[in-house]
Write a protein that binds this ligand. Structure first.
Ligand SMILES: *[C@@H]1O[C@H](CO)[C@@H](O)[C@H](O)[C@H]1NC(C)=O
Ligand SMILES: *[C@@H]1O[C@H](CO)[C@@H](O)[C@H](O)[C@H]1NC(C)=O
Ligand SMILES: *[C@@H]1O[C@H](CO)[C@@H](O)[C@H](O)[C@H]1NC(C)=O
Ligand SMILES: *[C@@H]1O[C@H](CO)[C@@H](O)[C@H](O)[C@H]1NC(C)=O
Ligand SMILES: *[C@@H]1O[C@H](CO)[C@@H](O)[C@H](O)[C@H]1NC(C)=O
Ligand SMILES: *[C@@H]1O[C@H](CO)[C@@H](O)[C@H](O)[C@H]1NC(C)=O
Ligand SMILES: *[C@@H]1O[C@H](CO)[C@@H](O)[C@H](O)[C@H]1NC(C)=O
Ligand SMILES: *[C@@H]1O[C@H](CO)[C@@H](O)[C@H](O)[C@H]1NC(C)=O
Ligand SMILES: *[C@@H]1O[C@H](CO)[C@@H](O)[C@H](O)[C@H]1NC(C)=O
Ligand SMILES: CC(=O)N[C@H]1CO[C@H](CO)[C@@H](O)[C@@H]1O
Length: 497
């Protein structure tokens, strides 16, 4: 691509979403034997400060539970319903009236996914895909909702061929008869390209050519970074390379101002013997790094600072999904709302922050003997060498002026001073460890991140809903072997730069 065209490309791109910050959302698949009730799903989302979700259908119960929560919702037309909608304007209009108009604006629906990975999951529906998009759009126009609600369709990244180096990537040409009118539609309606990106599968299929750290956004030594030989841009992770490949593939069809939203990305926390890298540690690393990367508005090497909002796959582990063990283990939470792992997100904003603290505090035991508490308090502020100045009259932690409150402050400070060592929160049995931050007002306790923990009530029967897509669908038909070979070449190249 010429420098001029490239510049033009950057300029038009930045006008498209310059003032928008990227967000993190979460996909909600429902293939669980004990799927939580929608009200519990909504409670978990609130506790975790998740403000963007994507559903794989337009489940009424879920949309009602999400009403008036401030959560922005992307709904989907499942592939099973796609043919009907793509063949009939009135079917599309009915769908919109029942599933969108009936819930908006109480439920803040912001986009409709028309089908999912249609080119690979339901190729015979590809020919009606653009009609389906248009029919849904015209129903929104008729309801005067087309400015608030965008219409698009999630694509698997496997339709992008030769995706490394990103500057040479292009869409599978045989899909152009559908892709060109589709991109025209996205451009003319101010919508965005929805893309599913699974570095886990790219890595799995690469047979060692893609370094694990490159898939996980971990730091790479400069000679391991992948360099695009045309643009000389350095790539430090698979995710960015795929997003830039999508920008290039669109640019080759002369579409340069359609933003990308990543509708699915994640990493499984458990797998069978053939999936040794599906581990809690890798899932935690991938998702923690992904969230930080997205929320930092880092953008990609090709479009720095350009928002790439991303929906994590997925909220819950789906135990009734068919397929390998990893298929059932993409979730951030178990059905009971417990986190599968505690993410490392300090400093990345509030989203999933409740999940990130894994923070413990030391507090005075309820009902503990006052004299023993006083003795322990005196010890902590004396021989224990805790700075107790915040407890003095006029200081932030003076109120409430009672021994249990003051002891809690001193115990917690000591506990953290000792690096939360075993036995450092005992004080002859009057202290105990808690996950509730005792901070109040301007009295901020040691170890507090200044965030409010929220307890969520979990347990509940199941509700029925259609199933979500499967990342495995993608696994089996990825065209990534080519990418792999290219990366291998570029890596060896990079070593000589
Ligand atoms: C939906 O969310 C967006 C972004 O916060 C906001 O601008 C819009 O007013 C909300 N719409 C409704 C109907 O609440
Ligand atoms: C489809 O229906 C909408 C109203 O919902 C109408 O405005 C539009 O003209 C119709 N399009 C076709 C192709 O029939
Ligand atoms: C391109 O798409 C066609 C039609 O879906 C498919 O048959 C073909 O295998 C794809 N080519 C590659 C290289 O993936
Ligand atoms: C893109 O635009 C260029 C210059 O206008 C033109 O030559 C080329 O044929 C176009 N490509 C496509 C795929 O439309
Ligand atoms: C955040 O973005 C800035 C540029 O805006 C970049 O320099 C920095 O490395 C990014 N940090 C992370 C953790 O991605
Ligand atoms: C929380 O941290 C402690 C150590 O600080 C660790 O033992 C525990 O496993 C962590 N919990 C989770 C759910 O990661
Ligand atoms: C914690 O929650 C209370 C009550 O909901 C609120 O007044 C306070 O501002 C919150 N503090 C922080 C740091 O969010
Ligand atoms: C949690 O929900 C259950 C069932 O709805 C209810 O019986 C219980 O009292 C609730 N517990 C709390 C702490 O709200
Ligand atoms: C859920 O589906 C199962 C089987 O399809 C059915 O037996 C059950 O009654 C349904 N439950 C509800 C609440 O609709
Ligand atoms: C520290 C904290 O408040 N953690 C809470 C986060 O939310 C879960 C439920 O999702 C609670 O069980 C934790 O206590």
């Amino acid at each position: 691509m010429g420098v001029l065209l490239f510049l033009l490309f950057l300029l038009t791109a930045s006008t498209a979403t310059a003032d928008e910050d990227a967000f993190i959302g979460v996909n909600i698949g429902t293939d669980l034997s004990d799927m939580p009730h929608p009200t519990q799903v909504a409670a978990l989302l609130k506790a975790q400060q998740i403000r963007h979700v994507r559903l794989y259908d337009a489940d009424r119960g879920m949309l009602v539970a999400l009403a008036n929560t401030g959560i922005q919702v992307v709904v989907s037309i499942p592939n099973e319903q796609l043919l009907g909608i793509g063949q009939s304007n009135s079917t599309a209009a009915n769908w919109v009236s029942q599933n969108i108009v009936a819930h908006y604006p109480a439920t803040n629906i912001t986009a409709i996914c028309v089908g999912s990975e249609v080119f690979t999951s339901l190729p015979n529906a590809a020919k009606i895909l653009v009609n389906a998009l248009k029919y849904v759009q015209s129903a929104l126009v008729a309801s005067n909702l087309d400015r608030q609600i965008k219409v698009s369709t999630p694509l698997p990244s496997s339709i992008i061929l030769d995706s490394f180096p990103p500057s040479q990537a292009f869409f599978n040409h045989s899909l152009n008869p559908v892709l060109v009118p589709m991109l025209n539609f996205l451009q003319s309606t101010g919508s965005y390209l929805m893309l599913n990106i699974y570095p886990y599968y790219d890595y799995m299929q690469a047979n060692g050519v893609i370094p694990l750290d490159y898939a996980l956004f971990e730091p790479l030594s400069p000679n391991k970074e992948a360099v695009d030989s045309n643009t000389l841009l350095h790539y430090t992770n698979v995710f960015d390379a795929v997003v830039d490949a999508a920008y290039s593939a669109m640019a080759f069809l002369n579409f340069t101002n359609i933003p990308v939203v990543v509708t699915e990305s994640g990493w499984p926390s458990k797998g069978d013997a053939s999936e040794p890298d599906a581990t809690i540690e890798n899932a935690n690393t991938y998702n923690s790094n992904l969230i930080r990367h997205v929320l930092n508005n880092t953008g990609t090497p090709k479009r720095p600072g350009m928002a790439v909002s991303t929906f994590i796959y997925e909220l819950y582990n789906e135990d009734t999904k068919v397929g390998s063990i990893s298929e059932k283990n993409w979730g951030l939470f178990n059905a009971n709302g417990e986190p599968v792992y505690i993410m490392r997100l300090t400093g990345s904003g509030n989203v999933l922050s409740n999940d990130t603290t894994n923070q413990t505090y030391c507090t005075a035991k309820e009902g503990a003997d006052k004299k023993m508490l006083q003795a322990a308090l005196d010890w902590a502020c004396g021989p224990g060498k805790v700075d107790c100045s915040a407890l003095l009259q006029g200081q932030p932690c003076y109120e409430p002026d009672d021994v249990a409150a003051h002891a809690t402050y001193a115990f917690d400070a000591y506990y953290h001073k000792m690096g939360k060592a075993a036995g450092s929160c005992d004080f002859n049995g009057v202290a105990t460890i808690t996950t509730t931050d005792p901070s109040h007002g301007s009295c901020v306790f040691t170890g507090s991140l200044g965030m409010n923990g929220t307890l969520v009530n979990v347990t509940m029967p199941s509700f029925n809903s259609t199933s979500s897509d499967s990342p495995a669908d993608y696994f089996h038909r990825s065209a990534f072997m080519r990418l792999v070979v290219m990366i291998g070449v570029v890596f060896s190249f990079a070593a000589y730069l």
